[in-house]
Design a protein around this ligand. Structure first.
Ligand code: G3P
Ligand code: MG
Length: 240
């Protein structure tokens, strides 16, 4: 399965609702997207700690209230025709996922490890207040503590740990997290590791893989989901 990374960030400004629609239009049924808190403790959808790269503003997301974030243009940095796109709230993202028929791998992007519990709590509250379908949701994070808090605060939700360097002993790791999935930087993956992860009963996802020529190999190795910037390109490769 091919999932859209930050929507479809190869063709639309990442983490905007336009990007989510682009992923759906390209045939993706899952998207991966990043959430963090703004000053009002409202979860919003943006990757970096700062708004600089993906908007016309500057400063940290966590120190701006939502009404200020909503003034920013989150589209024209990518291309002029996307001018006026805004940073979505998590609630808006959930609504768009329903509208476009998308399932959601929501990455809890922890820029402030010291307040990780607050961040996880606010994120889960927003999802539960909205009433998003738990069967179409995975909560994932690079932060071990974020995943641990997800287990504590919402044991029923599927949890994924994102891994970007060495791969710890899967069984030991799982003792405290009860993981559904492991989300690995695809550069780390080989056939043996893929077998180890799938033999441990964990769903294997890889990111960020944009090469259509490698889809078959990873699928043979037991990868269940390839997270890609250009889901349309990879989906067309699977149809050849
Ligand atoms: O969820 C996998 C992937 O998105 C992790 O890396 O930096 O793109 O959020 P990043
Ligand atoms: Mg991410």
């Amino acid at each position: 399965m091919i999932a859209g990374h930050r929507g479809a960030r190869a063709v639309a400004p990442e983490n905007t609702l336009i990007s989510m629609k682009a992923a759906a239009d390209a045939g993706a049924t899952w998207i991966e997207t990043d959430t963090q808190l703004c000053e009002d403790l409202i979860p919003v959808i943006i990757h970096d700690k700062s708004v600089r790269r993906c908007t016309n503003g500057s400063g940290s997301v966590r120190h701006k209230p939502l009404n200020e974030l909503k003034q920013l243009d989150a589209g024209s940095w990518f291309a002029p025709e996307f001018a006026g796109a805004t940073i979505p709230t998590l609630t808006e993202l959930l609504q768009a996922s329903d509208d476009y028929g998308l399932s959601l791998n929501l990455e809890i992007k922890v820029h402030y490890e010291e307040e990780v519990e607050l961040q996880v709590r606010k994120t889960i509250e927003a999802i539960q207040d909205y009433g998003f379908d738990i069967d179409r949701l995975i909560l994932s994070s690079f932060s071990y503590n974020a995943v641990k808090h997800c287990l504590k605060l919402w044991p029923e939700v599927r949890r994924g740990l994102i891994i970007e360097d060495w791969v710890p002993d899967i069984a030991r790791l799982d003792e405290k997290l009860d993981l559904y999935s492991i989300h690995l930087d695809h550069h780390l993956l080989n056939k043996t590791l893929a077998k180890e992860i799938t033999d441990a009963g964990k769903v294997l996802q890889i990111w960020t893989m944009n090469d259509p020529k490698q889809v078959d190999k990873f699928t043979r190795w037991g990868v269940s989901t390839i997270i890609s910037d250009d889901p349309g390109l990879l989906i067309s490769a699977t149809k050849k």
